[in-house]
Design a binder for this molecule. Structure first.
Ligand code: CO8
Length: 264
């Protein structure tokens, strides 16, 4: 039995962490299943992924505290690496990943959402890094990604105080892009994924890589990364057809059409 479901419809995959009896807490098996779910996606067919949690209460309530409670130092480090490897796979996944955060996103739950490209949440969502209250640090990238996402000062405040914040505050500090009523969240995430999927897939992938890789280096090197990825889009079918369509429209607005990008 897997703790993770993956459903592909049209060009979108919806991955659901399905362990609602433990508020979708991440134990070793969930992490393995999550990695396997991402590995199973054919990125030549699927163009965007939505990641969510089963039930209406929790996205992911953190790493599994029961499993962690008896770990030795070496085992703790290994568990941290296990989570980091899966989250890095998500962060570096060639196509965009949208986190649809449908409730608690605490500890490892907040951390997994931050390895996604885009975060949107429901009104009942709650975010936090409660680790120091449990005698540990965030261990699945929280000290690194939270500071990069919302700035070091706010990240330090949240991590040192272990205070949970509600959806409106998460929106205010830029941790999430939008807040929806619970029943509208998945539809909104799928709509955003469809908008992404309608664009040229080679270009979308190149944008993800340019932003991610560029953020890890100085501006001059980052601009070279962009130049190379920009150049790589040319001579593709998508680039030729996308630009030809624009020029056709200019000549005759009636010739406007929705380009069926081919991933080629
Ligand atoms: N781990 C294991 N089980 C959990 C977790 C969790 N993180 N969260 C909830 N559960 C379980 C509960 O034990 C309970 O199970 P049972 O019914 O068998 O008793 C079930 O889910 C329902 O939970 P509650 O009854 O507690 O539900 P409430 O609505 O009363 O409370 C809360 C919901 C507030 C979310 C509460 O469950 C809670 O505080 N959970 C823990 C949240 C937390 O502290 N998360 C951070 C964990 S640490 C972490 O994520 C570190 C990541 C990096 C690890 C690196 C390792 C080296």
């Amino acid at each position: 039995m897997s703790f993770v479901n993956c459903e592909v419809k049209d060009k979108i995959a919806v991955i659901t962490i399905n362990r609602p009896e433990a508020l979708n807490a991440l134990n070793s098996q969930v992490l393995d299943d999550l990695g396997a779910a991402f590995d199973s996606i054919d990125v030549n067919v699927v163009r965007a992924v939505v990641l969510t949690g089963a039930g209406e209460k929790s996205f992911v309530a953190g790493a599994d505290i029961g499993e962690m409670s008896t770990l030795s130092k070496a085992e703790g480090e290994a568990f941290g690496k296990k989570g980091n490897d899966v989250f890095r796979k998500i962060e570096q996944f060639p196509i965009p990943v949208i986190a649809a955060i449908n409730g608690f996103a605490l500890g490892g739950g907040c951390e997994i959402s931050m390895s996604c490209d885009i975060r949107i949440c429901s009104e009942n969502a709650m975010f936090g890094q409660p680790e120091v209250g449990l005698g540990i640090t965030p261990g699945f990238g929280g000290t690194q990604r939270l500071a990069r996402l919302i700035g070091a000062g706010m990240a330090k405040q949240l991590i040192y105080t272990a205070r949970n914040i509600k959806a409106d505050e998460a929106y205010r500090i830029g941790l999430v892009n939008a807040v929806y009523p619970q029943e509208e969240l998945l539809t909104a995430a799928e709509k955003m994924a469809s908008q992404i999927a309608a664009n040229a897939p080679i270009a979308v992938r190149a944008c993800k890589k340019a932003i991610n890789d560029g953020l890890q280096t100085d501006i001059d090197s980052a601009l070279v990364i962009e130049e190379k990825l920009f150049g790589s889009c040319f001579e593709s079918e998508d680039q030729r057809e996308g630009m030809a369509n624009f020029l056709r429209k200019k000549d005759d607005p009636k010739k406007v059409k929705v380009v069926d990008f081919k991933n080629a």
